[in-house]
Structures are given as structure tokens and as C-alpha cells.
Design a binder for this molecule. Structure first.
Ligand code: ADP
Ligand code: MG
Length: 735
């Protein structure tokens, strides 16, 4: 008998070489193998008779190979196959079908799947059908015959699972069908259900063994539509299970975080007054609400783990500074981390503008500083002189010892990824006790406790679809800034082909004449013969010497010397440059309220989130702002959808949902480095509702034990969760 944990080599028919192939796809145990789900199902229960086919329909046909061969046309060689059922015949065609030449032996049994079409003379044919050879012609001998029969029972006369082949076609769909069947037939009947009974009955889940079997070998009456959309009871059971244990892990982490010793900051009158004093404007209702949530966390005795989500321009920075003041007024240090130097610098300048007047000591620590300077700053940090420390991930990489770190703020979190976030949290927990505090009573009581975890606030401007927030950030509490500061007029977005650029430049000219500033963004820094894309450096030359020779034009891109970058950015900020030609380095966070125009050339080349971030650089002041999406060259269908969405809506959440749909969750955050769990059967796009349910149930389980769920069941579920997490998400530790 096979156990789920048995290595795949022990499945009959799988030797070391095949096992290796499978391992390359992450299939190393029987459990992995049986979780390799069909991506499609074919109804071969009632394969169609050739005579009854209608043009336009998708059909499965089982028939016998009659003949095959090449014929040439003016365009390309075409491979033709004729399949027969009795006297009826059907033609199949493949363009460039050279690889098929030896495939079809006359008399072989074959299954075909494809769209039935009519040729010019009204005869039916299928072009490029999917096919599967079910049996070689006339295998002699009783044994062979029996085998053929058995094979047939897996291949025809039923709903048949279709798997993605792997190893360059070495392990075919048919191979998987057999291997999985053998695995299932030899699988121990005794598979305990790791999902607690309460949850099972809430969702009416079927048993694990039944689900495994039916997902591969659906019963005859099963709805083909439910199968294709992964909505059969078997699919639901498997998908829910996967999501449930991820959510259980995240829920567990949340609970553990709450159990840790944190710093109970005191939100005293002094801090309140200090916050009031620094505010350069009336906070929005959303900013007030969010600050209240943050301050509430900070006052609690367990560490804060909160995600602040707010669309570009919603005013997260000031909220971060307010939180910083609470910590500093309690005698602690605050670290503010930004993903790019430009952004770190910008935060540093705003911090100095807003906070230094109030007497707070701010330092900037980035990788590009001279070593001497770094050393000096590190000393200030370790001695507790610096109260607000702003930096890039240099804060992680350089040997920074904090004197008494109380609050960590991570800006534009999505650029960092979970790994770095964890590292930072870990790092912060290494730091020591508070030094001299401005409120001694408070510091004293703190010193008696075991080392406290600092609070962590992560901020992101990429609106994260709720499903992703639930998984990627499921261990965090969530605050949302869902209101823009007053007086903003919605940005007007237009699409325009780049052969009309003179009109665009004329428009830019008018805006600048009215006292505003403009960004012009390019997809690449320098030209490249392969792509023929307009490049920032070249266009800068052209725009600054010709088109806008009478204006001050600056250039900003990632390869510039940090000092120069800094200088350019500052000049633009101060209005000394009217136009900034740039690459996506300005995508994140840059704040110049006087800029009202964002021209993006080759906008078809940018991702949706990127476009939205870029557009977020304008519309930050009271004046009307304009985003011009120029297109040059051909746009794919997907690019069309992106550009349409940009023109249609300014709503970051709507855009994020579409982005998720277009790119899939893996790509959404720039792939796995963001720490996206790699699901075997679930899909965050398709299975939102199940994810919500999983989250709900996970939290209900951990609210126990109670009359619904026993302590024993909880610990069994947790045990299962831990083994899963270790294997699947490896790096993430759950208690
Ligand atoms: P983001 O959330 O994208 O980081 P910022 O914090 O950079 O946004 O804020 C965007 C702009 O809005 C900044 O110029 C900031 O000074 C301004 N701002 C923020 N909050 C308010 C407010 N309540 N009233 C007016 N302007 C505000
Ligand atoms: Mg920001």
C-alpha cells in the first residue's frame, strides 16, 4: 500500500529517471502526484460519431487511423491525417507537422479533440486537433489484448482527464492518467481527514480519498462544466483544503505575534500636541481613522504588525510620521525603510521639513554614502542620537545596531517582498532596551520586561486585491486609506498614437506656460538595436535641445550617479526643472504636487500596476492633471486591455483586480521573490470565495477549543499545517 508521503519511485512504473523528471516539476511524493490535476476533461463517454459532427462545435472523436502524409501548398507543408469510423471519415490537418510524420500507424486507435470546421468544399475537418494514440494496431497475444482493453477503459467510454505533459512530452497526458490511476488504486484506504469536523460540515466537504479519486476520474454523471471550472465537490474539497491550511498558518502567526511582548507606547498629551504641531494640513477622515488604528496598536502591549494600504497620493507619509512621533516621544527610535534611494531621500527631505523644526533628529542612511559617513551615522544610531532613521535596505545590509528601536516602518512594501520583511522584523527584535527616555516612568517599567519586539508598520501604494492581501499579508492587520486629500480633481487620461506627438508636446508646453511641470517617461534608458524603443537618454537630447529648448529639462534614470540623481530630483522638486525625462525610477512615491502632466511613451510596454503608479505621480495638487499614454508600434490584446482600463478608471483597486486577472498572482508582485505561496490546486483569481471561507474557518478553529471543536482536533490540524508549511513554504516559520 502506498501512503501519501511515499516517494513517487515506489509507484509501479516509475523508475529513478522518471522520478527525476517529476521532481523537476515539484512532484516527489505520492501526495504530489495525486495533486497533479487535469487542466481539462474530455467527454469520451459519448465520443461523437463523425457523421453527426456539426461545423463550429468542439468535439471529441475516437477513431482509427486510416492514412496520413504530407502535401505541399504554396505557403507551407501540411500534414494530413484521415481518421475513420466504419465508413465515415474525417480529415485532420497540421501546418508544419513534420514532427508527426512517424506518429500514426494505420489501424491505430486514436482520440482527437478540436474544433470542427468546414472547408471550402463543405467537407468537415479539424485543424491542429489535440490527439492521443490509444492503442497500437493489432497487438497480438492474449496479454497484449488484455492490456489494450484495460487501457481503453481509461481512455474512452468515460470522462477522461487531460494532463499537461512534462519533460518535453516524455510524460504525456496518457502517462499521467495511468500513473495516477495506479497510485490511487494502491493508495491506503485510510486517509485521515486533517480538516476538523466542524469545518468539514460547514462547507459540506467530501472525504479526502473520495475527492482524490473523483477529481481524476469523475463519475459519469458529473457536469463537464463544473469539471472545467474546478467546481465539482472534489475540486472544492481539494482547493479548500489547500487554502485552509495556508490561512490556518497565517492566523496562527497573527496569534503568536499578539502573544509576544511588545512596547506599550503611551499616547500622552505631549505626543498628541507634537502630532498636531507638525501637521501641515487638516488630515482627511481616512487619515484620522487610520492613525487611530495605528495608535491603538501601538498602545497595546503586543507588537503591532499592520499593513497600511493606500492608493498613490492618499497621504501615507504623514500618517507614518505621526506614528513615528508617538514612538519618539516615548523615547524610542524609528526606522523608515524605502525601496529606492530616491524615495528614501525624498522621505528624508520631508522629514526634515516637517519633523526637524519640531526638534526631532533625523538621519539618512543609504548604500551610496561614503564609508566614513556611514560609520558616523551608524554611531549616531547605536548611541540613540538619531531618532528617525531613514534608509533603503542598506538598513538591513549594513551593520546597523539600533540603540532602542521601537517602530519599523516599511514604505512601498510590495517592492521588498516577504523575505526582507521577515528579516527586518527579525533584525528589529535583536535590538536592546530603550535608553534615556523622554518619559522616564514609562521607560523604567519597560526595562523590567524581557526584550520587546518593535512595532512594524508596512505601507503599500499598490492596492492589493483582497485575495492577495489575505494570503501574502494574511499575518498582518489591515488599514486602508480610501480617501484622497481634498481638492484633487480626477486625473484625465488619454491614449494617443505617437505619430501625434507634436500635439502632445504642444499641450505640455501650455501646461508649463501655466506654471506647471511635466514628466515624460520612457521604457528604457538607452537605445537598443533589438527593440527599437524610444529611450530616455536619446529622447532627452532631442527634447531638451529641440522641442523644449526654451525650457529647463532634466534627465533621471537608474544608472545615474546617486549624487546626480539626487540633484536632479531636488531641482525638479524645487521647480528649477520644468520637464523631467525619466524611466520608471520615478514610479514609486515621488511627490511633486506642481507636476500636472505625465506623458508615457510606449505605454503599451508597461504593466498595469506600473502605469497606475506612474500616473500617481500627478494629480497631487489642486490643479487639474493629465496623463497621456502614447503608443508606438503594435499593441497586443493584453496591452489594449491595460490601456483601456487606465483610460476608464482611476481606481487603484479596480486596476489591481484587473492586473491580477491579466498577469496571474505569480507575476503580480514580480513573481515568487515576493513570497507568494505556490499553490498546487488553488488559484487566487478563481477561488476568491473559497479563500474567504478558508480565512473565516481558520479563525473560527483557532478561537477554540469550544463545543464545536476539541483541543485535540485543533492540535491535529496545527500539526498538519506545520508539516505542510515546512514543505511548501519552507522559509516561513510557524511556531
Ligand atoms: P502616498 O500615499 O502616495 O505616499 P503622500 O504621502 O506622498 O502619498 O501624499 C501625497 C500628497 O498629498 C503629498 O503632497 C502630501 O503632502 C499631500 N497630502 C497628504 N495628506 C494631505 C491632506 N490631508 N491634505 C492635503 N494634502 C495632503
Ligand atoms: Mg508614498
Amino acid at each position: 500500500m502506498l501512503e501519501l508521503s511515499t516517494p513517487v519511485q515506489y509507484v509501479k512504473g516509475i523508475g529513478p529517471r522518471i522520478a527525476e523528471l517529476l521532481a523537476s516539476k515539484g512532484i516527489s511524493t505520492v501526495d504530489d502526484l495525486v495533486h497533479y490535476l487535469p487542466f481539462r476533461y474530455e467527454d469520451r463517454l459519448n465520443p461523437r460519431g463523425i457523421a453527426e459532427l456539426r461545423p463550429g462545435e468542439m468535439a471529441t472523436i475516437v477513431g482509427e487511423v486510416r492514412n496520413s502524409g504530407f502535401f505541399r501548398t504554396r505557403k507551407a507543408p501540411i500534414f494530413q491525417l484521415t481518421v475513420g469510423q466504419g465508413r465515415a471519415r474525417l480529415r485532420c490537418l497540421w501546418f508544419h507537422g513534420g514532427y508527426l510524420q512517424e506518429k500514426f500507424k494505420p489501424g491505430a486507435l486514436i482520440a482527437l479533440y478540436g474544433k470542427v470546421e468546414e472547408d471550402r468544399s463543405g467537407e468537415l475537418q479539424i485543424i491542429q486537433p489535440q490527439f492521443e494514440i490509444l492503442g497500437e494496431p493489432g497487438t497480438p497475444g492474449a496479454e497484449g489484448e488484455a492490456e489494450r482493453k484495460a487501457a481503453e477503459s481509461l481512455e474512452v467510454g468515460r470522462i477522461v482527464p487531460i494532463y499537461e505533459a512534462i519533460g518535453q512530452g516524455r510524460l504525456t497526458s496518457r502517462w499521467f492518467r495511468r500513473a495516477i490511476r495506479i497510485a490511487l488504486d494502491n493508495l491506503t484506504p485510510d486517509i485521515p481527514d486533517p480538516i476538523p469536523a466542524m469545518v468539514r460540515s460547514n462547507l459540506a466537504l467530501i472525504a479526502p480519498r473520495q475527492a482524490l479519486y473523483q477529481v481524476h476520474w469523475p463519475e459519469a454523471g458529473e457536469s463537464l462544466q463544473d469539471l472545467q471550472s474546478s467546481r465539482t465537490p472534489a475540486h472544492i474539497r481539494m482547493i479548500f483544503e489547500e487554502l485552509f491550511f495556508v490561512e490556518l498558518g497565517l492566523e496562527m502567526k497573527r496569534k503568536q505575534q499578539k502573544a509576544q511582548t511588545g512596547i506599550a507606547f503611551d499616547l500622552n498629551d505631549k505626543a498628541r500636541a507634537a502630532i498636531k504641531k507638525i501637521l501641515p494640513f487638516h488630515p482627511t477622515a481616512a487619515q484620522r481613522r487610520v492613525l487611530k488604528e495605528i495608535a491603538g496598536d501601538m498602545q497595546k502591549s503586543h507588537p503591532m504588525r499592520r499593513l497600511l494600504q493606500g492608493d498613490v497620493g492618499s497621504g501615507k507619509t504623514i500618517v507614518a510620521f505621526e506614528a513615528a512621533i508617538i514612538a519618539i516621544e516615548n523615547g524610542y527610535q524609528v526606522a523608515l525603510m524605502a525601496p529606492t534611494e530616491i524615495l528614501a531621500q525624498q522621505h528624508y527631505f520631508s522629514a526634515r521639513r516637517i519633523l526637524e523644526n519640531a526638534g526631532y533628529r533625523t538621519v539618512l542612511l543609504t548604500g551610496s554614502l561614503e564609508n566614513d559617513r556611514k560609520r558616523e551615522i551608524r554611531r549616531h544610531i547605536s548611541q540613540g542620537n538619531a531618532q528617525l532613521i531613514i534608509g533603503t535596505h542598506a538598513l538591513l545590509q549594513e551593520k546597523v545596531e539600533f540603540g532602542n528601536l521601537g517602530l519599523v516602518i516599511v514604505d512601498e512594501q510590495h517592492r521588498f517582498g516577504v523575505l526582507q520583511r521577515l528579516k527586518l522584523m527579525k533584525k528589529s527584535s535583536d535590538s536592546g532596551e530603550p535608553l534615556e527616555s523622554s518619559s522616564p516612568a514609562n521607560a523604567e517599567s519597560k526595562a523590567e520586561l524581557s526584550p520587546s519586539e518593535p512595532d512594524v508598520l508596512v505601507m503599500t501604494a499598490t492596492p492589493i486585491p483582497r485575495t492577495l492581501a489575505l494570503t501574502l499579508y494574511g499575518d498582518l492587520d489591515l488599514s486602508v486609506l480610501d480617501e484622497l486629500p481634498p481638492g484633487r480633481t480626477p486625473i484625465i487620461t488619454r491614449r494617443i498614437s505617437d505619430d501625434r506627438s507634436p500635439e502632445v508636446w504642444e499641450f505640455v508646453r501650455k501646461q508649463i506656460a501655466a506654471g506647471h511641470q511635466a514628466y515624460i517617461v520612457y521604457p528604457v534608458i538607452a537605445e537598443n538595436e533589438e527593440t527599437e524603443l524610444k529611450a530616455a537618454i536619446k529622447m532627452y537630447r532631442e527634447l531638451s535641445n529641440k522641442t523644449f529648448a526654451d525650457f529647463k529639462v532634466g534627465l533621471l534614470h537608474g544608472r545615474l550617479d546617486p549624487d546626480l540623481k539626487d540633484q536632479v530630483m531636488r531641482m525638479f522638486q524645487r521647480g528649477e526643472l520644468q520637464i523631467l525625462v525619466a524611466t520608471t525610477v520615478i514610479e514609486v512615491g515621488v511627490d511633486v504636487p506642481n507636476a500636472t502632466v505625465m506623458v508615457i511613451e510606449h505605454s503599451e510596454r508597461f504593466g498595469l500596476a506600473q502605469l497606475h503608479q506612474l500616473r500617481g505621480r500627478i494629480g497631487r495638487g489642486a490643479a487639474k492633471s493629465y496623463c497621456v499614454l502614447m503608443t508606438g508600434g503594435k499593441t497586443t490584446e493584453e496591452a489594449e486591455r491595460r490601456l483601456d482600463a487606465m483610460v476608464r478608471t482611476n481606481d487603484g483597486f479596480e486596476i489591481a483586480e484587473l492586473d491580477l486577472e491579466l498577469r496571474g498572482p505569480g507575476e503580480f508582485f514580480g513573481t515568487r521573490q515576493a513570497g507568494m505561496p505556490d499553490f498546487r490546486v488553488a488559484s487566487l483569481v478563481r477561488d476568491r470565495q473559497l479563500l474567504e471561507a478558508a480565512r473565516r474557518e481558520a479563525s473560527a478553529v483557532l478561537a477554540g477549543p469550544n463545543s464545536q471543536i476539541s483541543a485535540d482536533e485543533i492540535s491535529r490540524a496545527l500539526f498538519h499545517m506545520r508539516s505542510k508549511w515546512q514543505k511548501t513554504y519552507g522559509l516561513v516559520e510557524v511556531g
